[in-house]
Design a protein around this ligand. Structure first.
Ligand code: F6R
Length: 609
């Protein structure tokens, strides 16, 4: 949430920073701002709205070869020009951009006000600018360290100071910062996506670490200013992965990348001979694996819903009791951490603060936690005892698609490996492997139904309110479908267990309230069909996501559309049933004219509680 960029070198900073902010806009798009330092001192431009709104108001004379920029997702105070970053001290000498939350901002604001400082914004960040300005240390590094010494909370910050024009000072605690090394120029950003166009030589800062960037290089140190001697490394990354290319949105691009992404997560991990998976990163031997009595999966939002799908996979294949819980709730209930429970944190970004704090809570209490994480080297990945990288590639759209699919496959691999050291037969292991190998093509076949799905989506978009229903394996599918739909179409979409309809929500079924029903061909098909007929009898329109061999019977004119997905092994079917729901949400949002990649009120990577 929120994005930071910084530049110092031989070029004019503003265009470089604007380009970087455009790349980071998915992290927050309430307002944007820049500070540059040139011969006439520090200049600030900031604006509520998008980066393009900022470009439009940028003064003609906005020269400076050092600068910092920010795109904001509002936490303290509304999204307006004043609350936009950068924030300055009263004299306009110091400029600060900040990601994260200063927990003791209220106390610090009061102390500053008592000392006669006039605070102009509602933000927690502004206190940092005043605190830095009030420090009497000789160096900018010392002044920033003095300010941070009284601050509690999470931050990634970048600081410009008119009296120290040759440098940018940055600091990290809980909010990522990456330094990019160029040719006689240095960059910094909160996300790799803002850097890769300029350089792939990077250094990731650790929590508690600070850095000074000059045009000639960078130095890293702790908050007591002792050196950490961090060196930059060259990373293998394709800058094109951060471009939407011919697609009208990242979400569209990322949905279509799913067959290739699925192949990547499976590659090299399937052992056909023994019918198992090899996940070297788990860091667990067979004896430890056998000792697991329970699995507890933790994630937020869609990662939690796919965690529920993962729990089913683990119970069915490994026969280990498993459940999923929102990480955001787990850590607040003083959870009992059991030594023979395997905890699994699942996260695309590896930054989601609730999931990260849940991991820390488990480890503090001596539990073992592994991560299913997409972003390599992210905070959650580093905090876990081991894990499975998802290899989905960069996911930019706020609505998660390809990462979610790879999370499911990560769970399938985990269940296979755990199952095979326990009671899963080699024949079942081979059956699952054959199913996993079929999946990329089956995913591609569903994506080819896009045109028909677009027609159905347009009809669903007409409704103000919808239900998504499913049973057992199908229920997390319905939850994820409703999540994706509400997230980008802004329609009220509610997921329910099909079995629970009669116990209340059936009262809402009417001709203007469609239901998207997940009806796989399995042991529950007949029961699911019964519910469909009850809905049709109450004139509720139906979209049924099902398999070709399912006979829906006569739903008369209640059936808006039938969507058939290819069948796989029953344990793997949930992900194939999820795929059309992504396209339904996407096309509904498109018809309604919404900004697909930047849905209202949301942002990628929820790094604040
Ligand atoms: C939904 C979505 C969110 C994320 C959630 C967790 O499409 O993207 O619900 O799934 O915020 O994010 P990560 O996976 O980064 O921990």
């Amino acid at each position: 949430m929120c994005g930071i960029v910084g530049y110092i070198g031989g070029q004019q900073a503003a265009p470089v920073l604007l380009e970087g902010l455009t790349r980071l806009e998915h992290r927050g798009y309430d307002s944007a701002g820049l500070a540059v330092l040139g011969s006439s001192g520090l200049k600030i431009a900031k604006k509520a709205g998008r980066v393009r709104d900022l470009s439009e108001v940028l003064p003609k004379r906005f020269g400076g070869k050092a600068g910092i920029g920010h795109t904001r997702w509002a936490t303290h105070g509304p999204a307006n020009d004043v609350n936009a970053h950068p924030h300055t001290d009263a004299t306009g000498t110091v400029a600060v951009v900040h990601n994260g939350i200063i927990d003791n901002a209220g106390t610090l604001r009061q102390q500053l006000t008592d000392d006669g400082v006039e605070l102009v914004s509602d933000t927690d960040t502004e206190v940092l600018a005043h605190l830095i300005a009030r420090s009497k240390a000789d160096s900018l590094e010392g002044r920033v360290a003095d300010a941070l010494a009284v601050v509690e909370g999470t931050y990634g910050i970048a600081v410009l100071h008119a009296d120290f024009p040759d440098r940018i000072v940055v600091a990290r605690n809980g909010s990522p910062l990456i330094i990019g090394v160029g040719e006689k120029e240095m960059h910094v950003a909160s996300d790799l996506g803002a850097l890769v166009r300029y350089t792939t030589t990077v250094a990731h800062l650790d929590d508690g670490e600070m850095a000074t960037l000059t045009a000639g290089g960078f130095t890293t140190y702790r908050q007591d200013l002792t050196t950490t001697n961090r060196a930059a490394t060259i990373i293998d990354v394709d800058p094109a992965a951060y471009d939407a290319g011919e697609h009208d949105s990242f979400m569209h691009k990322e949905m279509l990348e799913q067959p290739a992404a699925a192949e990547r997560v499976l590659r090299g991990r399937l052992d056909e001979r023994f019918g198992t998976a090899h996940l070297g990163g788990l860091n667990m031997d067979a004896r430890e694996t056998r000792a697991i009595r329970r699995v507890k999966i933790l994630g937020c939002g869609s990662a939690y819903y796919v965690g529920q799908m993962g729990a089913s996979l683990l119970e069915e294949l490994a026969r280990i009791p498993a459940d999923a819980e929102p990480a955001s709730e787990f850590r607040y209930r003083d959870p009992i951490i059991e030594p023979d429970t395997l905890y699994v944190a699942v996260s695309q970004s590896g930054e989601t603060i609730d999931t990260l704090l849940a991991v820390q809570e488990i480890r503090r209490k001596g539990g073992r936690v592994i991560g299913l994480v997409n972003v390599v080297g992210s905070a959650i990945a580093r905090e876990c005892d081991g894990g499975i990288y998802l290899h989905a590639g960069p996911e930019v759209a706020v609505a998660s698609t390809k990462a979610l699919t790879n999370m499911f496959l990560g769970f399938a691999l985990l269940a296979l490996q755990l199952g095979r050291v326990r009671d899963l037969s080699i024949a079942d292991g081979k059956r699952l492997i054959a199913g996993l190998n079929r999946l990329p093509d089956q995913i591609a076949a569903i994506l080819e139904q896009e045109d028909e799905l677009a027609v159905t989506a347009a009809r669903l978009a007409e409704a103000e309110s919808l239900f998504f229903i499913g049973r057992v394996r199908g229920f997390p599918v319905a939850r994820e479908g409703a999540q994706k739909f509400k997230e980008i179409s802004y329609r009220h979409a509610e997921a329910y267990q099909t079995s629970e309809l009669k116990h209340g929500p059936l009262a809402l079924i009417a001709k203007d309230v469609p239901t998207v029903a997940i009806v796989p061909s399995d042991e529950l098909t007949d029961r699911n069909l019964g519910a469909l007929h009850e809905i049709a009898a109450r004139r509720g329109p139906l979209v049924v996501v099902t398999h070709a061999d399912v006979d829906l019977g006569d739903l008369s004119d209640g059936l808006l559309a039938r969507i058939d997905v290819p069948r796989n092994e029953r344990e793997l079917d949930p992900i194939l049933l999820t795929l059309p729901l992504q396209l339904l949400a996407y096309h509904a949002a498109l018809v309604l004219g919404h900004d697909i990649d930047k849905p209202r009120n949301l942002a990628k990577s929820v790094t604040v509680e």
